[in-house]
Ligand binder design. Structure first.
Ligand SMILES: N[C@@H](CCC(=O)N[C@@H](CS)C(=O)NCC(=O)O)C(=O)O
Length: 232
């Protein structure tokens, strides 16, 4: 069935992990049905399709579920070999891309959760911001090595590391407003700051990577279980 059968994506509009799958579906021009989930009241389809983690995204291909965003992205590459790939064809370069993608989710993911949801004090938030900035400084060097002077980690086009990091940019918009400066600081990480602009402006990211900080921050309060009116 590879490459045939209907595609349905269960996601949440603000979820970095769902966003990365949507960016890749856009890059590959694959039509799909998008189903917005309510994480406070998960659908029977979500629970049946991802019984282990009960998380979004879930991709249903001809009714068969594929779980975990990085796995889904790699599945899309393998199932549609005729579409533009996100992973490099060279095995060594593919291993390098997988290494950096894992680094992003291991370091940037927890720092994002820390800044936006888990920090209870200003000190805790500052520590989470410092954690994110340290990871981004490492990624600045990785970007220089992987891109070799080209616009993206993937070279001329958006690749695996680009989508894995770029999907956090919606929440970075909100974080920028929370902390009053750009998390991807053009002074400390100039190459990554320029990459951020390019990624946001790409056709694949437009309309999928959120850019409305206020909407993200309102949603954050809902996720935190705080009424926006009380918190103001
Ligand atoms: N490692 C997973 C992370 C997925 C994830 O944490 N999704 C969140 C939304 S951003 C979720 O569904 N949370 C619901 C829950 O934990 O109950 C992936 O890459 O797909």
């Amino acid at each position: 069935m590879a490459g045939g059968g209907e595609l349905k994506l269960l996601g949440v509009w603000s979820s970095p992990y769902a966003i990365r799958v949507r960016v890749v579906l856009n890059l590959k021009s694959l039509p799909y049905e998008y189903v917005e989930e309510d994480l406070a009241d998960k659908s029977a389809l979500l629970l049946a399709s991802n019984p282990v983690n009960k998380t979004v995204p879930v991709l249903l291909h001809g009714g068969r579920p594929v779980n975990e965003s990085q796995v889904i992205v790699q599945y899309l590459d393998e199932a549609w070999p005729d579409r533009p790939p996100v992973l490099p064809s060279d095995p060594y370069e593919r291993a390098v891309a997988r290494f950096w993608a894992a680094y992003v989710d291991d370091k940037v993911g927890p720092a994002w959760l820390g800044i936006v949801f888990r920090s209870k004090t200003e000190e805790e938030r500052a520590a989470a911001v410092a954690q994110a900035v340290a990871a981004l400084e490492t990624l600045e060097e990785a970007f220089k090595e992987c891109s070799r002077g080209k616009p993206f980690f993937g070279g001329d086009g958006i690749g695996f590391v680009d989508v894995v990091l770029g999907c956090y940019l919606g929440w970075f918009t909100a974080i920028n407003k929370l902390i009053g400066r750009r998390l991807i600081d053009p002074a400390r990480t100039p190459a990554l700051a320029a990459w951020e602009e390019r990624f946001r402006a790409s056709e694949a990211a437009k309309g999928v990577v959120p850019d409305d900080a206020d909407k993200m921050l309102e949603f954050r309060l809902i996720l935190l279980g705080v009424s926006a009116s009380k918190a103001k």
